[in-house]
Design a protein around this ligand. Structure first.
Ligand code: BGC
Length: 421
């Protein structure tokens, strides 16, 4: 017991971030933003979206395709031009069948097969007999040349479909729609989900100038004051971070070692895996004997962020079902450490961004966030807000953080409306 506690104390020293460390991270993040804006070498990609903030008056009926990971969503959205909108229809489809019948995310699938499947899903929602503009939220690092042309730089979130990297995803989508005889659907805008979240919040709240996803993946966009353009930072690739041996092990075994280090520390896709790597080490040192037989502990990525949430509230899960209360307490402590570090690192990057946007903290700012961690993980939103406020007393009352649920999809419709003007 004493030995296990020592291990937990050691984990605390590794995963807890001091105020000084967080201040360093925020400053390094701001410097990385400035370097990238000046076209220097930086972990941040700072990709221009070719979009300003919306006026709130955008109106009309649009199709939105939300392609963010292993699920795609197609929505038929009506914008009313007064900050209000309604979703007339929506359809969510996995790109990977849970019974193993198909998998459009694997390296054995081609870009054409993937986009043919997506076009088929769009066809099931489109209003018949009418021309309609489509906004596409494509939530992967993409170099844009115009509002409607985006080239995938690299897959993230462990997607591996062959032949999409370096290709124009709008061309791929347009060709697939044509193949399905869906020629009345016109892809006109492509955006990142962080930009979509920012647009959706800004449609009703003019103080919004930061949009972020804290979910399966992680990334942040903001309104660059010098150009009034929304910029997708691809902040998940930020790498000036105090990494633990578990982060290094996760990274080494990932699809792209060395890439997306911030995302690997903070995003839902990875938090369960970090917990599993810690637990494995403890099991192998004989410290968690009851977990020896637990099959999830041996399977990479078998532990999910949802499981972490259940551990935090200590409700029975498959993972802790047969455990003693001592072991449950330990798992809960580890889950809380991982959640808190994720929120702290994210808050540090927000503070870095705010210091660039408004160095003297004079104006009001709203940070719009979408994603399962922020929405659902117990204590996550509170830890994020508290950490951000603790950076600087001047932020209180000036900076707000809130959930913009479904912002990535609605944002695609708003982008299509801006593009169609
Ligand atoms: C992608 C970003 C995206 C984020 C959230 C990351 O893996 O690189 O483009 O915004 O996930 O979905």
């Amino acid at each position: 017991m004493a030995e296990t506690l020592t291990v937990v104390d050691k984990l605390k020293t590794e995963f807890r971030l001091t105020d000084k460390t967080m201040a360093h991270i925020a400053l390094d993040f701001k410097t990385a933003m400035l370097t990238a804006l000046a076209k220097g070498s930086s972990p941040l990609k700072m990709l221009p979206s070719y979009l300003p903030l919306p006026s709130g008056k955008e109106a009309g009926l649009y199709l939105a395709l939300d392609f963010g990971g292993t699920n795609i969503r197609v929505l038929l959205v009506e914008l009313f031009g007064d900050g209000c909108y309604t979703v007339h229809a929506h359809r969510q489809t996995p790109l990977k069948d849970s019974h193993g019948r198909y998998d459009y995310t694997s390296p054995q699938t081609t870009a054409e097969e993937l986009f043919a499947f997506i076009a088929g899903q769009i066809g099931k929602i489109r209003p018949s007999g009418k021309d309609i503009l489509l906004g596409h939220t494509f939530s992967f690092p993409s170099r844009q040349t115009t509002l409607s042309d985006a080239y995938l730089i690299t897959w993230t979130k462990e997607l591996q479909t062959a032949g999409v990297e370096n290709r124009n995803v709008t061309d791929l989508l347009t060709a697939a729609l044509k193949h399905h005889r869906l020629t009345r659907i016109h892809p006109i805008a492509v955006i990142n989900d962080t930009v979509g979240t920012l647009l959706t919040s800004a449609y009703t709240n003019p103080h919004t100038d930061i949009g972020s996803i804290c979910g399966t993946g992680h990334n942040t966009a903001y309104l660059e004051p010098s150009s009034s353009t929304l910029i997708n930072m691809e902040s998940g690739n930020f790498n000036q971070l105090p990494l633990t041996s578990y982060d290094a092990a996760l990274d080494a075994a990932s699809e792209k070692p060395g890439a997306q280090l911030l995302e690997k520390c903070v995003a839902g896709h990875y938090l369960g895996e970090l917990l599993r790597l810690i637990v494995i080490e403890m099991v192998e040192s004989g410290l968690l004997p009851e977990m020896q037989q637990n099959k999830n502990v041996r399977v990479p990525y078998a532990i999910t962020a949802k499981e972490l949430s259940l551990l935090i509230t200590d409700r029975a899960t498959e993972l802790n079902g047969g455990l003693s209360s001592r072991e449950r307490i330990i798992l809960k402590e580890i889950a809380i450490l991982l959640r808190t570090r994720s929120a702290q690192l994210t808050a540090a990057t927000f503070y870095g961004a705010l210091c660039h946007i408004d160095p003297n903290h004079e104006s009001r700012h709203h940070i719009a966030i979408d994603g399962s961690l922020f929405e659902k993980m117990p204590g996550y939103a509170d830890a994020l807000t508290a950490t951000l406020n603790a950076f600087d007393g001047r932020l209180a009352g000036k900076v707000s953080i809130g959930l913009t649920k479904g912002g990535s999809g609605i944002g695609a419709a708003i982008a299509a409306a801006i593009a169609g003007k």
